[in-house]
Design a protein around this ligand. Sequence first.
Ligand code: NAP
Length: 494
Amino acid sequence: MVTSLRQPRVVIIGAGIAGISAAHTFRQAGLSDVVICEKGTDVGGVWHWNRYPGLTCDVPSQLYQFGFAPKADWSHVWASGEEIRLYHRDVVERCGLDGWLRLGTEVTDAVYDEESATWTLTTAAGETLLADFVVCATGVLHHPHVPDIDGLDSFAGPVVHTARWDPELETGGSRVAVIGSGSTGVQIVSALQPEASRVLHFTRSPQWILWAPMGVRQPELFTALLRRMPGLQRGLYAAALWASGILADVVLKPTWRRRAVQAYARSSLRRQVRDPRLREQLTPDYEPLCKRQVVSSTYYRAITAPNAELVTGPIIEVTPTGIRTGDGVHHEVDVIVLATGFRAHEYMRPMRITGRDGLSLDEAWATGPRAYRMTAIPGFPNLFTVLGPNSPTGSISLQYSAELTSRYVAQWIERWIRGQFDAVEVTDQATEEFAGAVREAMGPTVWNTGCTSWYQTAGGEIDLWPFDRKRMEEMLNRPDGRDFQMMRVDSGGP
Ligand code: NAP
């Protein structure tokens, strides 16, 4: 616990999974001058913004939760978006973080001053905040990707992106076009098909879809046991983390275990879609698991329903009344749903972040996002990211990664409190070495087997974590001073 030593001013930007993890960790570390700036009207990040019908988490709830805030009574084995949203609100209240939270507060600028080793942050409302440390917890799947399709603006009916769903929108009885076949497209087609008069699913690239019993409830007896025996719940969480190591093994190395999961994906399609022509249209031309794996128990049933149609011809244009495809067919629809994903590599943007020597983040990241061990960026002293570049792990619990990174950052802040430095900055060399190790480890991963996906940056890198959990722990358990420069403001140099 920190008592009489100097207290840092810390600003966390974002109150999603990463921001909540960081805030809780800093509270545990005894920090008291912490502000969480969140531009949304509540906490939760992607789970706050995403509210489309059918939103369900395809990671089991007993794993998709904070290690420090286990919830015994998840209603389902795979929780709904709404239940996860309420969980995040509850965690913030339970952990006493509300007092640090400033909702509706968007940070637009952050500028570092070397003389004082201080960050000055400006909000959209024109307010100024000073910070000794800035923690960017701004998320990955945040900026909706709106495709550049000719005539989209001319459509006479509603056009809605899934990540900004309009709760007033009525799709029952309407002809609905869904564009996009990732996890979101698959979930929303399944949810809208029963009530719509027609659903047309525009699929540029079909996805492999693993069958899992997504609707199954968490048994009440199980909930009662977890409630009565917190030790059991901790053991279950540890077991779930361990089991996710099997997934890491499957995606990282081309072994028989990967081939077994891929065979299961192929058989999920074969067993559920009997029509050979439709099956062929639904068969991807790349390996299962290469894109972010889609999991569903309902999609193949929905797309084979009489009121559903899979449209695989390329979209040429949107007209006021529908969508025209490359085969010349004009598909008349009433509503267009864009399940077209996110601009995933715009971490921290559109904030203008200016570090040492006037270096802007846009300049530093001209060829793509780049950070040491997901968290530190050369040129930006006393600034860390939680769930930053390379953190969409693809196999390791996001919450676990966020908690581990937050504890790592807290250790740097504790060193500052003890007066070991005024400013700390990762070296370019250490960041390059990390990037090199990532590139090498990406080689045998399934993400590198010849598909396109949101994992890939414009520069052709795969923005994921290509190591196992043990390696993540080794890298983040303790800060390695050899990879950083520590500076004092009075001496003005390393
Ligand atoms: P996504 O996986 O990036 O999928 C976007 C879809 O839109 C793709 O099918 C893409 O086709 C298509 N698309 C993009 N631009 C297009 C265009 N101009 N014309 C036609 N099609 C176009 O996005 P997402 O489905 O929103 O999922 C993003 C991530 O969110 C997931 O991978 C997952 O990590 C997360 N997620 C998780 C859950 C969950 O249950 N935990 C649920 C939803 C989302 P191409 O493939 O051809 O590019």
